[in-house]
Design a protein around this ligand. Structure first.
Ligand SMILES: Nc1ncnc2c1ncn2[C@@H]1O[C@H](COP(=O)(O)OP(=O)(O)OP(=O)(O)O)[C@@H](O)[C@H]1O
Length: 495
């Protein structure tokens, strides 16, 4: 596909709760955008282009692509970057490296704050939600009111003063209105840096606007729905870059189909590829293939039903939480369940990367084949009265005894809350929101209730190959991309 553009953008405007610890830490091809912001430092404008080949996902320690390296290089120089790209291009993977770099080389660790628009995404990065970092509640008041709220909240105010680098993941779910309000708060809370966009904070933002959009309450047509519509958007970044190499899938036809669906294309010829995945009564879905649902109720219902049907003794694991609110509450929005109930024969999904080389990554599915007793582990005893560690045979054939793991809410470099839990969830059914960031070998999804932009794309792009995909309720009319998003990626918005 075609290469695009670059736009010169001119600059517009110019605590620590360290309360606890002592909790045991378990070992724990396609077109793209590049925008270089030639801002007031008179940087030269130097577009870079990249080859656009898809490739097999490498499970060994991945070598960074040229684009990923470019991001790290710019981050190391203190630049603000927007990283985008379709599902499976390594945005989250790269973001983790960016965070390490920021903390180790660019700033002091406690000056780097890692956030995401949703609890699930925040937990995946050991960060906090953007709203809780900012101290803005739901963020629906006007900017002056939000600012006064932040100023009255000592801890939030200190965070805004202290932060030197702010990382925001899953930006597609943050509205332009909110993005502008946050920029205003940043500037106002940092009088020494007044006049500088975001009060001089190095901003690292990641996400794909073709995926789930913000939930807008009482919206009207004038509302700045997407973050890229924010008045400060272009001035917020030195570099805006679209990662183009897809790692999650390897079949070039499937990748091309997904890229088309992402952009709302309904090309009947290409969509024929999906025919073999459509359930029309001829295809029998193996009962162990995870089903994706948009609603949590459906997920719970199916999982409980299947678990009960096995008729085996249930082993329960209660999450062991530490820390204070609001951070502690955030743990409940993450992927690790409050209570995990499994039994012999239960289908389970790994929710942490355990052994990337062996394919035991976030999203790997298997069956519980037994339990090992371990009286030595204090934390296991707290979770499970019987001190049992589940043994799982993954569908790849690899077997592993699953140890407790941890999820943390970090503020700067300090752990504010921590959850210990077995890193598994039941896998007969999974919610679309929870599988954000996951790579699934097989999945079944009913798209009849898919609504709005991005849903079909998000659901289909989790799976590695067409062979593992089973869909029902699909019609091409459900493929939707927002015209503003299309325009943004074509480089025309605001130019
Ligand atoms: N340079 C690389 N080499 C090999 N594999 C990589 C590389 N970068 C990322 N990956 C792998 O690609 C897969 C998808 O990456 P990741 O989940 O970060 O994508 P993403 O862009 O965040 O996807 P989504 O938008 O769907 O959440 C992961 O298994 C990751 O380890």
């Amino acid at each position: 596909m075609m290469m695009r553009f670059l736009r010169l953008v001119l600059p517009s405007r110019l605590l620590s709760l360290n309360r606890f610890l002592g909790f045991h830490r378990f070992s724990t091809s396609h077109s793209h955008i590049i925008k270089k912001n030639n801002n007031n430092k008179n940087r030269s404008f130097s577009p870079r282009y990249f080859s656009t080949h898809s490739s097999l996902e490498q499970l060994k320690t991945p070598k960074l692509t040229e684009q990923q390296q470019l991001v790290l290089k710019d981050v190391s120089k203190g630049k603000s970057v927007f990283i985008t790209g379709s599902g499976g291009t390594g945005k989250t993977f790269l973001l983790k490296q960016v965070v390490n770099l920021l903390k180790q080389q660019v700033h002091k660790p406690d000056e780097v704050f890692v956030t995401a628009s949703t609890g699930v995404a925040a937990c995946a990065l050991n960060g906090q939600t953007l709203h809780s970092f900012a101290g803005i509640g739901l963020g629906e008041d006007d900017e002056e009111e939000l600012l006064s709220r932040v100023c009255k909240n000592k801890l939030a105010f200190q965070r805004w003063k202290k932060v030197k680098a702010l990382v925001i993941d899953e930006i597609s779910m943050i509205s332009g209105e909110l993005f502008d309000k946050l920029e205003y708060i940043a500037e106002m809370c940092r009088p020494k840096k007044r006049g500088k966009t975001w009060g001089g904070i190095q901003l690292i933002v990641s996400g794909d606007f073709f995926q789930l959009p913000p939930i807008i309450r009482n919206g009207n047509d004038d509302i700045k729905e997407f973050a890229f519509e924010a008045g400060c958007w272009n001035d917020s970044f030195d570099l805006q870059l679209e990662l183009t190499r897809v790692f999650r899938q390897s079949d070039s036809q499937f990748i091309e189909l997904l890229q088309g669906i992402r952009k709302g294309h309904r090309d009947a010829n290409k969509l024929k590829l999906l025919d073999k995945c459509c359930l029309n009564g001829l295809v029998n879905v193996p009962s162990d293939v995870p089903r994706l649902f948009p609603r949590n109720d459906d997920v719970k219902r199916l999982n409980n039903e299947r678990l009960k049907n096995l008729g085996k003794e249930i082993v329960s694991y209660k999450a062991v939480d530490k820390g204070v609110n609001p951070w502690r509450n955030q743990l409940q929005q993450g992927i690790a369940p409050d209570v995990l109930e499994i039994c012999l024969g239960a289908r389970v999904m790994l929710i942490k990367n355990k052994d990337v080389e062996a394919g035991l990554v976030n999203g790997a599915v298997g069956t519980v084949i037994g339990f090992d007793r371990d009286y030595a582990s204090k934390v296991l005893r707290k979770m499970c009265a019987e001190c049992l560690r589940p043994k799982v045979r993954f569908d790849s054939g690899v077997e592993m005894v699953i140890e407790p793991d941890t999820w943390e809410v970090m503020e700067g470099n300090e752990v504010q809350a921590q959850r210990g839990q077995i890193p598994l969830i039941l896998a007969w059914a999974v919610s679309i929101h929870k599988c954000q960031g996951m790579t699934l070998d097989r999945m079944q999804t009913d798209l009849s209730r898919a609504f709005g932009c991005g849903m079909v794309y998000v659901a289909l792009s989790r799976v590695r190959s067409l062979d593992g995909l089973y869909i029902s309720g699909f019609s091409s009319s459900k493929i939707k991309a927002h015209p503003k998003v299309l325009q943004f990626y074509e480089g025309q918005v605001g130019s």
